[in-house]
Design a protein around this ligand. Sequence first.
Ligand code: MG
Length: 183
Amino acid sequence: MKCGFDIDGVVCDFVSGARDGSKNIGLDLSDKNIMSEYHSKPDAYENMLADEAFWLNLKPIRSSWHFINDIFYKGHDVFFITSRFKDEAISVTERWLDEWGFMFCKVLFTENATGKARAYESLDLDFFVDDLPSVASAVASVGSAYILKHPYIEDSISRPVAYEYGVKEIMELKELYGIEVEK
Ligand SMILES: [Mg+2]
């Protein structure tokens, strides 16, 4: 099978890194705050993100690591599709995946949800997992999409819409065993 995954919030624990990093520079941001108004944060926060070290120091989501490498070694194709947009993030993304030992075929960088849906089609994926309902909805219009659930998206207004598009919610990637991937 051809399996697609978002990076931040699906295999990389961006929000914990951003929360901890914010504290270190004197900002008290909640997870929901970090995930909203992404483009209007204080300069100190933006400067933190404009540093390769921040991205390299992020931690993987352990349960996702196990699932990704398991299905890869079972012969499935793994693609990462991310909307990371900062140059400092893009330039170290593959290095981060390699350093943590993620097995994958390719990383694609897209600008937005529509870009992810296009990438889904061009790669002819069988399913895609994202942490954001808005992205999952866009992908579900062209294929099979899942939301990896986090508390920070609980109140998102785009969640009910995602259901209408046939998006399914999971708590961990291993729930895809038996649905999309054989054990
Ligand atoms: Mg994400």
